[in-house]
Design a protein around this ligand. Structure first.
Ligand code: HEC
Length: 194
């Protein structure tokens, strides 16, 4: 399938394939370390982009791990309430034999909590977003929106140095495409599978 797609790419616009860019992962890696240490601007940019890409790849891997397990059960706490987006699942909430309440986190819920921790501890931050988010609070900011629109026109990556809290920071975003496995939960957004 992949090969077919490649063969036809030059003549057929992306949107005709029946699969759509949905989601995107955006990552802000604080690049000031490279920035200040390195005189050479190109080299600083290359280092910053590599830091962002490494973080991105690791985040996607952990998300895949969670997805491969069909989500993960964690204890219910005030910071981790059951998600309304999985309310249709009969076993979203379960109780262990000793009475502990557990709830199922979908991968996007998990990564969102990790990024909240990253923000508190000043680590590279990420955001999973979409032009048609399932969860309205996941909506893109203006920079992300522009990048998402570029992905709809075939771009594979958008990156730029922006000012974040007065520090030059590398912002990098890549598309995350819908396949059939996503539709169980994302069908109502009108996406079509591969
Ligand atoms: C088990 C259900 C489930 C599956 C399967 C699933 N998602 Fe999601 N996804 C969700 C839920 C629920 C949210 C919103 C949750 C949140 O942020 O807490 C979400 C959020 C997202 C977001 C952030 C924007 C938004 O819509 O809120 C993206 C992007 C996304 N998913 C992409 C994907 C892709 C791509 C796949 C397949 C590779 C996928 N998802 C598979 C349930 C799922």
């Amino acid at each position: 399938m992949q090969a077919d797609r490649k063969k036809r790419t030059p003549s057929i616009p992306l949107k005709h394939y029946g699969w759509i860019v949905v989601g995107v992962w955006t990552l802000v890696a604080a690049a000031s370390l490279g920035w200040n240490l390195l005189q050479d601007r190109d080299e600083a940019l290359r280092v910053a982009r590599n830091i962002a890409l490494t973080n991105y790849a690791r985040d996607v891997l952990y998300r895949r791990w969670a997805a491969a397990h069909g989500g993960v059960y964690v204890p219910v706490t005030p910071n981790t309430p059951p998600t309304p987006y999985l309310a249709q699942l009969p076993e979203r909430d379960i109780v262990t034999p000793s009475g502990r309440r557990l709830t199922l986190l979908n991968p996007a819920y998990m990564t969102r909590q990790v990024y909240e921790l990253a923000q508190e501890s000043g680590q590279p931050q990420g955001h999973l977003t979409s032009l048609k988010p399932l969860r309205p609070q996941n909506a893109p900011d203006p920079w992300e929106k522009k990048a998402l629109q570029a992905f709809e026109h075939g771009a594979e990556e958008v990156s730029e140095v922006v000012s974040l809290n007065g520090q030059p920071s590398m912002r990098l975003m890549r598309p995350f495409r819908i396949d059939l496995s996503c539709l169980t939960c994302h069908e109502e957004q009108g996406y079509k599978g591969d």
